[in-house]
Design a protein around this ligand. Structure first.
Ligand code: PNS
Length: 171
């Protein structure tokens, strides 16, 4: 395809949620190529390893020819350049997300003037979901069914319960 429109959906995906999957499907219908790009951030200690998060995303997305999952480190604006991407996709759940997202979008355009950020809103049915809340619920032994893709539910529950500290046990 001549000049395919390539978009990047970047994030921490720690873990991927149904909100992320909703945005991935919306973006996949808008662009010729969608790269779901997971940030490897050495200054953050994620709950799930990079390999686990990439595997969870691939399993959740399934076989979609024009969607691929990669990890990246460093500046998103530079990574976008290496992938000839012209668009960054971000999900905006509500007003609380917007100011931070606008600042990031402006900064990325400052760093790479060929990049525009497109904001997509998720379905209201999944707009309340965040990775932070999913980690909280799972670490306290709650069910994350309906919050994360079926393909990653067991992995999330297993990983979080394994990490439960003894001081969370009731006496
Ligand atoms: O899922 P998240 O944690 O909200 O995603 C944040 C992410 C990964 C998109 C953002 O932290 C990022 O792009 N980091 C890469 C470093 C970078 O380019 N920083 C300057 C951009 S403002």
């Amino acid at each position: 395809m001549a000049n395919p429109r390539i978009a990047i959906f970047p994030g921490s995906f720690d873990p991927p949620t149904l909100g992320h999957l909703d945005i991935i499907h919306r973006a996949a219908s808008l662009f010729d190529v969608l790269i779901v790009a997971l940030l490897e951030n050495p200054s953050k200690q994620p709950t799930f390893t990079t390999a686990d998060r990439v595997a969870m995303l691939r399993k959740a997305i399934g076989p979609l020819d024009h969607v691929r999952v990669e990890s990246f480190h460093g500046l998103l604006a530079e990574y976008a350049r290496t992938r000839q991407a012209s668009v960054i996709v971000r999900g905006v759940r509500g007003g609380a997300d917007l100011e931070y997202e606008r600042q990031m979008a402006d900064t990325n355009r400052h760093l790479n003037s060929t990049i525009d950020t497109v904001f997509l809103t998720p379905s209201p049915a999944v707009a309340h979901i965040s990775s932070t809340l999913v980690r909280d619920i799972a670490s306290l032994g709650g069910s994350v069914h309906g919050l994360v893709p079926d393909a990653v539910e067991a992995a999330v529950a297993e990983r979080m319960l394994a990490g439960r500290s003894p001081r969370t046990q009731q006496v």
